[in-house]
Design a protein around this ligand. Structure first.
Ligand code: UDP
Length: 348
């Protein structure tokens, strides 16, 4: 029996995660996937480029919802996704990560009694001031199948009394990285274009509201960056929201080269040549490890604690890395395949 799955995506990291799984669904005769793009990220370099590079199937639904406050955006998505779920005959709704699209998708499906599958379940920062933390806690508690990347994530769920339908499957971002690395190795494109030497620059991304919404905090983060990245330029593909903050406060950090957001393959090319990564991104903390590039996380806590324990990542609030080790949790690049196997069992 074919299982019909609605995947809800809307933001950059979700396109990347969904690509890994869509590839598996496309090849499996027993799955039929319909994609909903909520529109949360809509610029070509935040959305279309990932569909092209990663050959993500064309969404069946483009909701074109973005902007406004969290409540307004989530509310509009909830209403629109509910209509889609009512129209389609579905076996499951799949949501990724921790955005407003994740929460809206999970809530719409759960209320209509369609089993929710959460990819990247169980992550916690234990900081409820982060909108992402609220979204992921809610999504987990609405889900019937919880697909955790790490053992820590499984333990976090157990601490909240969630043990049914929980699986540790590894990290789909590692699957995505292996795919991108292969493609990125074919050319060094962006390094030549930006005239960068391998190991001669750092790479930075900043987009979390906790860093961009508060001008004083944002200044402190940039000062830290200027002081820490002394051995060459910092290449900074800047998120549209962060660019607005920079312009609003008229900031011009030293040795920082601002560029527009780049595609996924260029990001991996930049990562592979970087001597250090500075970021508040969840995905990039792990991708730095996948390329064995040390990372400094520009936050006061991280959900990806194993990167810190294994000495590849440190918080900007700490001075030193732990002794280095390898991380086994993220799996062998076949997390998407494992997810498909779990769904075959759970949705049978
Ligand atoms: N990324 C990208 N181009 C960029 C910046 C980031 O392809 O200019 C990728 C990055 O490699 C990672 C993902 O986007 O795979 C991370 O997304 P983001 O930082 O927006 O979200 P988070 O991971 O924090 O949820």
């Amino acid at each position: 029996m074919t299982k019909r799955i609605l995947s809800v995506v809307g933001a950059r990291p979700q396109f990347i995660k969904a690509a890994a799984l869509s590839r598996v669904f496309l090849e499996a005769p027993d799955f039929e996937e319909v994609l909903v793009h909520t529109g949360q990220h809509f610029d070509d370099n935040m959305s279309a480029v990932f569909f092209e590079e990663l050959a993500i199937p064309k969404p069946g639904y483009n909701l074109d919802i973005h902007g406004g406050g969290h409540g307004q955006m989530t509310g509009r998505m909830l209403e629109a996704i509910e209509t889609v779920v009512e129209q389609e005959k579905l076996d499951s709704v799949l949501v990724y990560g921790d955005t407003n699209s994740t929460l809206a998708g999970a809530l719409a499906a759960a209320k209509l009694h369609i089993p929710v599958v959460h990819v990247e379940a169980g992550l916690r920062s234990f900081n409820r001031r982060m909108p992402e933390e609220i979204n992921r806690v809610m999504a987990d508690h609405l889900s019937a199948v919880l697909l955790c990347p790490t053992r820590e994530a499984v333990a976090n769920l157990a601490n909240e009394g969630v043990t049914k339908g929980v699986y540790q499957v590894g990290d789909v971002m590692y699957d995505a990285t292996l795919f991108a690395k292969q493609a990125a190795e074919r050319s060094l494109g962006i390094l030549d274009r930006l005239d960068l030497e391998r190991d001669g620059y750092s790479l930075c991304t900043i987009h979390r509201a906790e860093n961009t919404d508060d001008g004083a905090r944002f200044r402190r983060v940039l000062e830290f960056l200027e002081a820490a990245a002394v051995d060459g330029p910092v290449v900074f593909p800047i998120h549209p929201r962060t660019r607005q903050t920079l312009e609003r406060h008229d900031l011009n950090p030293k040795r920082v080269r601002l560029i527009d957001p780049v595609g996924y393959f260029d990001m991996h090319r930049l990562l592979s040549g970087a001597r250090q990564v500075f970021t508040d991104s969840g995905g990039l903390q792990k991708e730095a490890y996948f390329h064995r590039v040390p990372c400094v996380t520009l936050r006061d806590e991280t959900e990806w604690v194993e990167t810190v324990e294994a000495g590849w990542n440190r918080l900007w609030t700490s001075d030193a890395y732990q002794p280095r080790a390898e991380i086994s949790d993220y799996g062998d690049g076949k997390a998407a395949q494992k997810i498909a196997d779990v769904l075959r069992e759970e949705l049978a």
